[in-house]
Design a binder for this molecule. Structure first.
Ligand SMILES: [Zn+2]
Length: 278
């Protein structure tokens, strides 16, 4: 089975994991910009990171047969320093226009503060102006309240909903996200977020249209093969192939196809290590 991983932070994963992803059928992935573990103090640190994601990680992934795309944004955790945030937003255009950038993201909320809401709204409108797909991160803590705020802003601003992915949904937030025509993401983690079983129950309740599953794997305890486990579990749990394919391929394909730069290649050949490792 060929899988698209629509949200993963490969910059913090290993070459062994790229090899396993390829072996298990994960052939294309998208890496949104995220928090790096400590707050950045200079706008230039963001710009170097955007370039690393779009130009280095893409090449590293291709060596293992994985076609890697990026998304660019200021994440909600770093919205507190207003002057720095404005400087980053002012310099982001160049990276949003990069040939490997297929979305603006991830934006969203973390603690639902006024600073976060301001930076979220500005980036949401920036994406609308550029007609780009947007990846939105729901807060892990105050999730229901954060989802209400985010959906409220999407509705009030009248932005194009079928170019938006609202990610990290749970049973509680799905009924709010489903009020919109936005795509909905479900994130599977080994120790928090959702399990394949919870994904199965959510799909039985809300169906698979415009829903996609992801691992959001980063430097925390997470699993770049989560989608493979979801495919296996859903099949055993009696979900039809068509539903599984929607969740792990079709819906990601139609969402990112809103970007003209999205031209996923599913048959990249891994490069023998002797050709690039010195
Ligand atoms: Zn993420």
């Amino acid at each position: 089975m060929t899988i698209i991983e629509p949200h993963i932070h490969m910059i913090s994963r290993t070459t062994d994991e790229y090899r396993l992803m390829y072996e298990k059928g994960i052939r294309v992935c998208v890496e949104p910009s995220f928090w790096q573990g400590s707050d950045r103090r200079y706008a230039g640190s963001f710009f170097d990171y955007f370039r690393l994601n779009l130009e280095f990680e893409t090449v590293r992934a291709a060596r293992f047969g994985v076609d890697h795309y990026g998304a660019v944004a200021l994440n909600p955790k770093e919205a507190g320093d207003g002057r720095l945030a404005d400087e980053v937003l002012a310099g982001m255009q160049e990276f949003l226009g990069h040939e490997r950038c297929v979305a603006l993201g991830e934006i969203g909320l973390n603690e639902n503060t006024e600073d976060e809401i301001r930076v979220f709204r500005r980036q949401l409108l920036m994406a609308e102006e550029l007609a780009m797909p947007v990846v939105i991160h729901l807060p892990h803590g105050p999730k229901v309240q954060g989802t209400e705020i985010i959906v409220g802003i999407i509705e009030a601003e009248g932005v194009t909903q079928d170019r938006i992915l609202i990610d990290h949904n749970t049973e509680d937030s799905m009924s709010i996200s489903r009020r919109t025509a936005c795509y909905c993401g479900l994130t599977v983690y080994p120790y928090s977020k959702l399990t394949p079983q919870r994904v199965s129950n959510i799909i039985r309740e809300f169906e698979a249209d415009r829903v996609m599953v992801n691992s959001s794997a980063d430097w925390g305890v997470s699993d770049p093969l989560a989608l493979v486990r979801v495919v296996d579990y859903l099949a055993q749990n009696g979900h039809p192939d068509e539903v599984i394919r929607k969740l792990t391929y079709d819906n990601a394909m139609s969402f990112y196809s809103n970007s003209p730069r999205w031209k996923p290649v599913f048959d990249l050949e891994p490069v023998p290590v002797s050709e690039y490792q010195r």
